[in-house]
Design a protein around this ligand. Sequence first.
Ligand code: IP8
Length: 282
Amino acid sequence: MNLRYMLSRIAHGQFMGRVIIKLGGGLITDKQQYKTALKDRIDSVSRVISEIIDMGHSVIVIHGAGSYGHIEAKKWKISEGLDSEISENQFSAIDTIQRDMDELNSMVMESLRGVGISCESFPPRDWVNGIGIGFAGDVSRFERNSEDIVPVSFGDVVPVIGEKKFGILSGDHLMVRLANELPDVVLCVFLLGDSSGLLTGPPDSDSSVLIERWSKSQGLVGEHDSAIDVTGGILLKLQCASEIVESSDHVWFMDGRVPNRMLEVLSKGETIGTRIVRDNQS
Ligand code: IP8
């Protein structure tokens, strides 16, 4: 750990490690209804984040887009890059999506500030080029929170070098880079909006049960709802989580509607949810 960072943490109380939390778009918005934010859910996560900070952890918050990004992005094929036949519509859709994402991000920031958390936003369009986990962009800015400022970022439309010109960077890809490149990550959580973790079948089916531990060799479970989601839904999350477990021991899919389960993992190492593990992890 960087000495200056360590000393600054000790001055504020003992540093307990970094916690990276993704608020899924399906948790914080109604994915079917254009721009419908679920503020109560955001607020209940914010309250738990403030408890995590009080425990001495440093937190990074990433959020998805839900109905503030996917609906317009799908309509104008933004994830596929520039299409000369609809380019005018695409550029105006990008303006709309980025404005809508700023609005959603402001709600998250307001909610965090409402429980006394200082936070700073880093919109990917300002510092990222390219998509997927190989994007160009320096994630060390997220470590720069020596005054207990929580860095916040989100899935966004980003520039892409070459003919495509633009694309969609998912918050899940940000999670991989942050977890793999920043030091002292003790917990990485994907908060879901419709289930207690990874299930054996669709969340609305009575026969679906929770998978308590999952590793890559078990294969991908779930469906990508490509009618709504332009990034990758649960399948992308699983792929990203299996990259993250290579560097972090505690990677979890949890029910974001019951966010205090994050506190249980931090205090007891266990909770209701899916723990993502390495193939050889005991
Ligand atoms: O919801 C997607 O981010 P995600 C970003 O984290 C947009 O996959 C703008 C659709």
